[in-house]
Design a protein around this ligand. Structure first.
Ligand code: ADP
Ligand code: MG
Length: 725
């Protein structure tokens, strides 16, 4: 009997769930569908005149401008290709500062005078669109009278056809800027920062004898963690629907401490979902590679192969939308929130970062001769310098209300940004620090240009999972980004701070060379300087230990625990100077991002606070009151029958019920407070007054969950959501 209890009904529905019919064709070769829906280079080569194709290639590889004749030819070929794929519409896809994906759809068909329609799509419509920008956050960059924003095709990121049972759409990845050319999106700065980083990386390469190497790009390999829960449960939890996380829920009796889920067998239903998503991703040219269970029950991970940062970050967004829609098809909901379940491991999105090109590979790989090693060490040195100088900016790039539940909240990784080099590489830099002073090889010192590095094998046992920024053999892994965030933000930071560090290295080395200093000696001096001044950012110990924050403070490293602490990093004079020097953001753009970050923080906490109040009042309080009444009725009935009544259960329920009422009153007052017009003040208020009030309501409610009769409790429990799949 489930009565009106949505939770009990959900459990019944989950049990009755029938998986969708198998659509898998065992004869299908995965290689065949890969990129099937992408207007890729090979598709272009087949359909474009040679000269036009060459010109597009030039734009992609050398960032040469695309002229209008070429654009027209590409547009026409793209349209024919898309129509053959069943597309009826085209959309400029862009990434506004909400962190979500936005699309503006238009039909290919233009009505012609005689009442018929004609499929048209010109170079101009391919290259530029004009969506109304007024509904997207702009942080003061746009006045309402100039509400238009412009989208422009990122030629380097290929167009693709997105399938839908009711018709397909040609999607064109674009940037999104204001009338005055200021960035309103996450993509524009990725491209700008990429370019800045490349210029200085190429200067360094030139010093190492790579005169005409290909353009350097940054590579991104994202590892996406997520939760899957049955949709019946999801739909019975207004907090999950509206806030993406559970605002209530007692810890399950069986927690993740059993560790039986990590790398365990993937449940069949989940496997079916994974196969299906990977198929969809393959068609879109997204190289999905590894998949496995994660630490928490119901938690999984997918890691596509690394790609050029701008393409990789577009693909990352596309991956998230694909996951959401395929999960629904399998009767599940995919949760990308950083902390959907309190007390259960949260989800991150590790950003594996390197720089290089197809000719030289990753520049963060140690070589097998002294010359290549010296080059590797300079690039590594640049990373060390940049993370030490601008760790606060890296922290700010992953700041959000939801990610605060991971960073700075006793969970992976800590809010203190430090670098893990591994024992071997740390030792190498130690030797450089010692040896550099004398320029001679003493015992335990290393001389650049003479010694080969010890073999830095990627030893899986040597992986420090508690570090927010770890060297992993051929790249650095930035572990602080949240599972729901766009990877573009961290990529912009990494590219820009690396541009500065490489600029610094190139300038120092060029000066020494001009002065006639021996090149190897110049490199040695540079590295010694870097490691002496910035070595404090290297930490190979346990980032979760209680001692680390204390030691980090002594070292002068920042511990920006919350978004409110982190976002002001974006508008320090140093940050503004850095970003304008490398033409990634001007002063106004930096301020706009700061304002939007605060706005989003206030918005998401306000939504959560309202939901907490509503669910507390309309769902939890009534359940507890009914149960209390039932117990009280029982006590008085027993009393009047002359039987001795045990009142302990009644008292046990009355305690947290009283606390719940008090918490709700406190929360109502906090919510009633008008937001200060100053973003930082409003955000600080949310953190210091609203979040604690929410926590008191939750504490009382979670206590009640363990006391109130099961048939009166209508929110699916952690136990049910995490273990029934
Ligand atoms: P792990 O779980 O051991 O950290 P995964 O295999 O889950 O590793 O993910 C590693 C990610 O790093 C993948 O996306 C992979 O493509 C990416 N990666 C590998 N080499 C590089 C590189 N040179 N630059 C950037 N990303 C890389
Ligand atoms: Mg992994």
């Amino acid at each position: 009997m489930t009565g009106n209890n949505v939770r009990l009904r959900a459990i019944q529905d989950v049990e009755a769930y029938v998986p969708p019919a198998v659509s898998f064709d065992p004869g299908e070769e995965p290689g065949k569908i890969f990129g099937e829906n992408v207007f890729s280079l090979s598709a272009m080569q087949k359909r474009l005149p040679k000269a036009v194709y060459k010109s597009v290639l030039n734009t992609i590889e050398k960032s040469a401008p695309l002229d209008s004749d070429v654009a027209d030819a590409v547009a026409s070929a793209m349209k024919d290709w898309a129509l053959e794929k069943g597309a009826t519409h085209y959309a400029h896809v862009f990434y506004p500062l909400t962190g979500l994906t936005a699309e503006k759809h238009d039909s290919f068909l233009d009505p012609v005078g005689d009442g018929t329609a004609f499929a048209s799509f010109s170079g101009k419509t391919l290259i530029q669109g004009e969506p109304d920008a007024s509904s997207f956050p702009n942080g003061g960059l746009r006045n309402t009278f100039e509400a238009r924003g412009y989208t422009g095709w990122d030629v380097m990121s290929p167009a693709y056809v997105l399938e839908n049972p009711n018709g397909n759409t040609l999607c064109i990845p674009t940037i999104f800027i204001s009338m005055t050319g200021e960035a309103l999106d996450h993509k524009t700065p990725v491209l700008r920062s990429q370019q800045a980083m490349a210029v200085h990386a190429e200067r360094v390469l030139k010093l190492f004898g790579h005169e005409n190497s290909e353009h350097v790009v940054s590579y991104l390999g994202p590892e996406q963690e997520y939760f899957l829960i049955d949709r019946h449960f999801f739909l019975s939890r207004p907090d999950l629907i509206n806030a993406g996380r559970t605002l209530f829920g007692a810890k399950p009796p069986k927690g993740q401490e059993f560790d039986d889920h990590y790398f365990g067998a993937i449940p069949e239903r989940v496997l079916a979902f994974m196969m299906d998503t990977e198929r969809e991703l393959f068609k879109l040219g997204i190289p999905a590679k590894t998949r496995h269970n994660e630490v928490a029950p119901g938690q999984f991970e997918i890691a596509p192969m690394f790609e050029r940062a701008n393409v990789g970050s577009d693909h990352q967004q596309l991956l998230m939308t694909t996951f959401k829609s395929v999960a629904k098809k399998h009767g599940m909901e995919c949760l990308f929130h950083e902390k959907p379940f309190e007390g259960v491991n949260g989800s991150g999105k590790h950003v594996n970062f390197s720089l290089g090109n197809s000719e030289l590979g990753s520049l963060l790989v140690p070589g097998d001769n002294p010359h290549d090693n010296a080059q590797f060490l300079v690039f590594c040195g640049a990373v060390i310098r940049s993370v030490d100088l601008y760790g606060g900016l890296l922290r700010a790039s992953v700041a959000s209300a939801s990610n605060d539940h991971r960073l700075g909240a006793n969970e992976a990784p800590p809010a203190i940004i430090s670098i893990f080099l591994g024992d071997q590489l740390a030792d190498v830099f130690d030797q450089i620090a010692k040896g550099g002073a004398t320029h001679s090889k003493e015992k335990g010192t290393l001389t650049i240009g003479v010694d080969t590095l010890p073999n830095l094998t990627k030893d899986p046992g040597d992986r420090n999972r508690t570090s927010p920024f770890a060297f992993t053999g051929n790249r650095f892994e930035f572990r602080a980004p949240g599972s729901g965030q766009t990877v573009a933000g961290p990529m912009v930071m990494l590219n820009t701070i690396m541009a500065e560090a490489l600029d610094y290295c190139a300038t120092e080395l060029e000066k020494s060379v001009e002065d006639g200093t021996d090149f190897n000696e110049a490199v040695q001096t540079l590295l010694t300087e870097i490691i002496s001044n910035h070595g404090k950012v290297i930490f190979n110990g346990n980032g979760y230990s209680d001692e680390w924050p204390i030691e980090a403070e002594q070292r002068g490293l920042k511990n920006l625990r919350t978004t409110v602490d982190a976002l002001p990093e974006l508008i320090t004079p140093e940050a503004i100077e850095l970003f304008s020097k490398y033409s990634v953001f001007n002063d106004r753009e930096m301020h706009s991002r700061y304002e939007i970050g605060l706005e989003q923080y206030v918005l998401s906490i306000s939504v959560e606070a309202n939901l907490t109040h509503e669910i507390g009042t309309t769902t939890i309080l009534p359940a507890a009151v009914r149960y209390q009444t039932e117990l009280a009725t029982n006590v008085s009935a027993l009393k009047s029958a002359g039987v001795e009544a045990d009142t302990s259960t009644l008292e046990a329920v009355t305690g947290p019920l009283t606390a719940l009422r008090a918490g709700l009153a406190e929360l109502a007052e906090a919510i009633g407070h008008d937001h200060d017009p100053d973003g930082l003040t409003a955000a600080t208020y949310c953190r210091d007054a609203v979040l604690p009030a929410m926590a008191s309501v939750r504490a009382a409610a979670d206590e009640l969950e363990a006391l109130v009769a099961d048939d009166l409790w209508s929110l699916p429990t952690y136990q049910e959501m995490l273990y029934i799949l």
